[in-house]
Design a protein around this ligand. Structure first.
Ligand code: ACO
Length: 254
């Protein structure tokens, strides 16, 4: 995993292309650590994978290696509290990507399977190369998707389409992903960097605090009634107005 910061943009690169960026508990710990230590000035977080594929999902060695080597057998041997804690820790690698003070972008080329698909789903936005392929493979392997991907999937495509995609474990190619709302943009592979740069630059044109407040509103909208959401808008706007114009108001003495 590489982590680079250039100005207000941080880039996380999964860097195990020879294993198609297969993920392990160490991957998720590293992601969580990056989230905890993210420099305060960073506003855009880009997640990408080196090589032909974004990520081939969970490292298949976890199905077979002996207990004690980060395998599923060793996790299954834990008592229930410890097992749930282990999954909670893994999920921490994904959850911070929705923080209101940042916008996260997954840059997906080639395959994004299982944990790879969920990592892309845990980001706010997805830019795809035209060869991108999503697959929620977990049910085919006897597992459920548990790396925080089910909620964003349902929010993006609806329950029926999410059921169909997950329970068939079929591949969703780039053009369909765009149609379903799983991608903001699909570009030829050689234009991927340019497209991400354009999106990141556009995101940085808005006011930092207004962007964070707006993202808070948007993320909270689904769980609120219209009246509650209107109240939340008023509360956020009061802070913005006081911040932007409070000084003038105070100077006039009214
Ligand atoms: N875990 C561990 N190693 C992997 C994984 C993986 N998930 N995926 C690929 N690799 C390794 C291969 O074993 C191979 O290693 P080797 O060169 O030492 O033999 C190398 O990466 C390249 O793999 P290829 O299959 O040759 O690459 P290709 O580009 O042709 O295919 C693809 C890529 C489609 C991703 C294929 O590798 C694949 O289907 N991988 C398994 C995907 C999977 O089932 N993931 C689990 C999902 S469930 C979950 O994430 C919870």
């Amino acid at each position: 995993m590489r982590f680079e910061v250039g100005g207000e943009i941080a880039t996380i690169t999964m860097d195990r292309p020879e294993k198609r960026n297969a993920q392990t508990f160490a991957t998720w710990s590293a992601l969580a650590r990056i989230g905890r230590n993210l420099p305060g000035h960073v506003r855009v977080v880009v997640i990408r994978g080196e090589g032909p594929s974004f990520s081939a999902g969970i490292d298949l060695r976890m199905f077979t290696t002996a207990p004690g080597q980060g395998s599923f057998a060793s996790v299954a041997a834990l008592d229930t509290d410890a097992l749930l804690e282990r999954v909670t820790e893994a999920q921490q690698g994904f959850l911070w990507l929705r923080r209101p003070d940042i916008v996260s972008i997954a840059v997906v080329q080639g395959h994004a399977i299982g944990a790879g698909f969920q990592l892309a789903l845990s980001c706010d936005l997805r830019i795809l190369a035209d060869d991108a392929k999503f697959c929620m493979k977990e049910p085919a392997l006897g597992l459920v998707p548990d790396l925080t991907g089910t909620k964003p999937l349902v929010e993006l495509v609806g329950v029926a389409k999410a059921v169909e995609i997950c329970l068939t474990a079929r591949t969703v190619e780039a053009e369909e992903a765009l149609r379903l709302g799983l991608a903001e943009r699909v570009v030829p592979r050689e234009r991927l960097d340019e497209a991400v740069g354009e999106l990141a630059a556009a995101l940085l044109t808005t006011d930092r605090d207004a962007a964070a407040a707006t993202k808070r509103l948007l993320l909270g909208a689904a769980a609120r009634t219209l009246e509650e959401q209107s109240a939340a808008e008023r509360a956020e706007q009061a802070v913005r107005l006081r911040t932007l114009f409070g000084g003038e108001r105070a100077a006039r003495g009214d």
